[in-house]
Design a protein around this ligand. Structure first.
Ligand code: 5GP
Ligand code: MN
Length: 346
């Protein structure tokens, strides 16, 4: 396997880590498997290096990720913002994983990161990410948008850092976090997963003790009844298809979500399902949140959806997996989609 991360970046990150004693690791809002896997993977690595480490998430993570080694010790910013800021201010290094601009980790952490770049009490920041257009919030920016997951980048960084250290061994906790992030960001290796290196990494993670079947079971087979019935409802009652443009849309109101006892993480994966239909290559899933409409886009092949998310839904993301937010009613979000999907989906 060839090194992916530029050696200068590896050395710069290695220097910052070597000089640090207390490290804070931050990841993005509504943490998914890759956010949790990359941040916790980083934590286990830093612990193995004798560092003090705290992982701060902007808001709570779904239940199906709470089994990840170390997840229960994560600090949740929207439960205790003061504590989160204290951790950042006490840190001598901040590592951000799986996001590329301050606003993706919420207001409190995002403001801290934005102000930190100019601050006289500046803390060095390392970014490890795979989204397009990284902002300049970090001192060392490890950004590879072609890489399928931030967790894979964390793995690669560690491997490149430790290449000459025969005494260092990856432990099962670290390997499990990395594997889970790689698994979730590729839909269990269904998409963005055509690179042979990925399977060499998986083999190494398994040799370090990962039980991949167990990871799958813990992430994908632990839903409550309401979630499964919600999936049925979406597909039977709510999915609209526009075959001429290869498009599907599902939009759910807060009232509908309540009927299914909607919990954080219940929407996970629903946006992908319409693409199981032959010739449906674009899918959009909208749901009414407390103060906004949360929108997910997916597509297949050379059909970007991040531009649609960016231009009309205050968002962005990857070519085939993007998202955004709409500030208005669900009806208006649907109307906006209907008015413009033909420009972006064909
Ligand atoms: P999901 O649909 O799983 O919430 O998000 C898929 C991808 O879309 C994420 O990995 C992220 O890159 C992007 N994304 C989701 N929501 C937002 C958003 O509100 N703003 C931006 N810029 N990107 C988003
Ligand atoms: Mn990711």
């Amino acid at each position: 396997m060839q090194n992916l991360i530029d050696n200068q970046l590896v050395n710069a990150a290695g220097q910052l880590i070597a000089n640090a004693h207390r490290v804070a690791v931050i990841t993005h809002l509504s943490p998914d498997g890759d956010a949790m896997g990359s941040s916790l993977g980083m934590k286990h690595f830093l612990l193995s290096q004798g560092k003090e480490v705290e992982v701060v998430v902007p808001n709570d993570f779904p239940n199906f990720l709470s089994w990840l080694p170390g997840a229960k010790e994560d600090k949740v910013c929207d439960k205790d913002a003061e504590q989160a800021l204290q951790i950042l201010n006490n840190a001598d290094l901040v590592i951000v994983t799986d996001f590329q601009e301050p606003k993706r980790c919420g207001e409190v952490l995002g403001d801290w990161l934005a102000q930190n770049t100019q601050s006289t009490t500046h803390r060095p920041v390392i970014m490890i990410d795979h989204h397009l257009y990284p902002s300049d919030m970090a001192d060392v920016t490890i950004s590879y948008p072609d890489c399928a997951s931030a967790s894979e980048l964390v793995y690669r960084l560690i491997r490149q850092l430790k290449v000459n250290d025969a005494t260092w061994q990856m432990n099962r906790e670290l390997a499990t976090c990395i594997y889970t992030g790689m698994m979730t960001d590729t839909g269990n290796f269904q998409y963005n997963s055509n690179h042979p290196d990925m399977y060499e990494i998986v083999a190494e993670l398994m040799r370090a003790g990962v039980n991949k079947d167990d990871c799958y079971d813990k992430v994908f087979n632990q839903f409550h009844t309401g979630r499964l019935r919600l999936v049925g409802y979406c597909l039977y009652r709510k999915m609209r298809t526009f075959p001429k443009n290869h498009v599907a849309l599902i939009a759910l109101s807060a009232e509908e979500l309540k009927q299914f006892n909607f919990q954080s993480g219940d929407a996970e994966g629903i946006v992908n399902m319409p693409m199981q239909i032959g010739k449906i290559y674009y899918s959009c899933f909208m749901r009414e949140d407390t103060d906004k409409i949360k929108i997910s886009f997916r597509s297949q092949g050379d059909r970007p959806v991040n531009t649609f998310a960016h231009d009309f839904f205050n968002g962005g993301g990857h070519k085939n997996a993007a998202g955004g937010e709409f500030y208005g009613s669900l009806q208006d979000a649907v109307k906006t989609f209907m008015e413009h999907y033909e420009e972006y989906c064909h």
